[in-house]
Write a protein that binds this ligand. Structure first.
Ligand SMILES: *Cc1c(COP(=O)(O)O)cnc(C)c1O
Length: 464
């Protein structure tokens, strides 16, 4: 095998490490105690007590030497900073949108967009709105409507683009609601709340055609645009020979604008932007931005943050990086599947989702099986994931409880942080917990708020 052949057949981390951060080992007895002190809620653990932290891929990545070099040479001027122009150029080179409005993170871009265009009585359709997107749509008085295809809701269905929008449902919604009550159509790539599943180019094009036909603006929630481009390259006919950047450009060419959290495919620890073609909308958004984020050439970011994002956007599109990124998620998924651990398939872009409803089938949904399995991962191996199930979604507005549609443990991977041996270790911990599943019991909520309770609730294992 020559090196070229080797490169295409094997996948190794496409970087070497020259700055390291120690992680701390604890004993199982210590972890039992730490978990009890944290009210059995991993959100309340201290990060130093976690060995492998897969709580989120947001803002937790490692920056490159190139990004750090950019940070050192940033321009911190209040107005007209060169770092802003570097960010603007980078975003325009990839998206071709005329106006680039920097924000301190993704939700700030959402706040500006929806405050400006949405209001009471409006409906904003999407494949699946991410939590903060939904919250900002609702905060404006509008309704956030999810129209993902049916396959996207079935954990075992192996459709290659489970993040696609249901086009018939979109047409139906437009018909029913009327075009003047739909300020924008959104599509989230990849579909974070739907398992990090990708959206096909064909679907993006079709949504764009429907939007154009009805004269409704079409925006992309672009947080994981590079990961989505990789899935199009590897799963959609006609794209295998295209570079990720060409695919990303085509994706954006169908839209009128985008919102972005640079904490994901911006490869940065903070940052974001709103971009669009409309002069009129951009002027309104900039006026609001001055009120909430800052002057339009920094928008809540330091000059050095803008440098890191400007460089990170291109690093996220690097083929070797994307091949490693998507493969490391699939690698864990394959290992778990071979051991019989039920997971959401196919594995998506940024996380592996364990199907706790099936793993702990003896624990009823309102005794929170995914919560229980996630805590077992911490107790056994110091691993922290997050429950996406009935603790997160079960509380109803009237105060009653209803089981969520799925009980999942999400293991989200920070970018460029963990190596293959970390992933091998993870697989051992998860398989070990799976083998002990019959001894794992449910939980109850001891105390906590009604809204977003998973962040701060104190829990108790049943039988205590
Ligand atoms: C993270 C995320 C957001 C919000 O971005 P923040 O930077 O966390 O404010 C919006 N949409 C999607 C799909 C996300 O993953």
């Amino acid at each position: 095998m020559d090196l070229e052949e080797f490169r295409t057949n094997t996948i190794i981390e496409p970087f070497r490490i020259r700055s390291v951060e120690a992680i701390r080992f604890t004993t199982m007895d210590e972890r039992k105690e730490l978990l009890a002190e944290a009210g059995y809620n991993p959100f309340l653990l201290k990060a130093k007590d976690v060995l492998i932290d897969l709580l989120t891929d947001s803002g937790t990545g490692a920056m490159s030497s190139g990004q750090w070099a950019g940070i050192i040479s940033s321009d911190e001027s209040y107005a007209g900073s060169s770092s802003f122009y570097r960010l603007e150029n980078a975003v325009q080179e990839i998206t071709a949108f005329k106006h680039v409005i920097p924000t301190h993170q993704g939700r700030a871009a959402e706040n500006i967009l929806f405050t400006t265009i949405a209001g009471k009585g409006d409906v904003v359709p999407s494949n699946t709105h991410f939590d903060t997107t939904r919250a900002h749509v609702e905060h404006s008085g509008a309704e956030a409507r999810d129209l993902v295809i049916e396959e996207g809701k079935q954990p075992r269905n192996t459709h290659p683009f489970k993040g696609n929008m249901d086009l018939a449902k979109l047409e139906q919604t437009i018909e029913e609601v009327g075009t003047d009550r739909i300020p924008v159509i959104m599509i989230t790539v990849t579909n974070n709340s739907g398992g990090g599943q990708p959206v096909s180019m064909e679907n993006i094009r079709a949504v764009s055609e429907i939007a154009k036909k009805h004269d409704i603006p079409f925006f992309i929630d672009a947080c994981r645009f590079a990961e989505n481009a990789w899935f199009i390259k590897t799963r959609e006919d006609g794209y295998e020979d295209k570079e990720p950047i060409e695919i990303a450009r085509e994706m954006f060419s169908y839209a009128d604008g985008c919102t972005m959290s640079a904490k994901k495919d911006g490869m940065s620890n903070i940052g974001g932007f709103l971009a669009m073609n409309s002069d009129e909308l951009a002027e309104k958004c900039r006026n609001l931005e001055i009120l909430t984020e800052g002057f339009p050439t920094y928008g809540g970011m330091a000059g050095y943050d803008m440098e890191a994002v400007a460089i990170g956007l291109f690093e996220a599109l690097n083929e070797d990086y994307l091949r490693y990124r998507i493969r490391s998620i699939a690698y864990l998924g394959d290992k778990l599947s071979r051991a019989g651990v039920p997971i959401v398939k196919p594995t998506g872009g940024h996380a592996v989702y364990l199907d706790a409803k099936e793993i702990l089938s003896h624990v009823p949904p309102l005794e929170y099986p995914a919560w229980s399995f996630n805590n077992a991962l911490y107790r056994l191996g110091g691993v922290r994931g997050v429950e996406i199930g009935s603790v997160m979604f079960g509380k109803q507005p009237g105060g009653s409880e209803k089981p969520a549609s799925m009980e999942l443990v999400r293991l989200a991977f920070p970018r460029r942080v963990y190596t293959q041996s970390h992933v091998d270790y993870l697989a051992e911990v998860i398989i070990n917990a799976y083998e002990q599943r019959e001894q794992l019991g449910g939980y109850k909520i001891a105390s906590g708020p009604d809204v977003l309770r998973h962040f701060s609730a104190r829990m108790l294992p049943l039988g205590h």
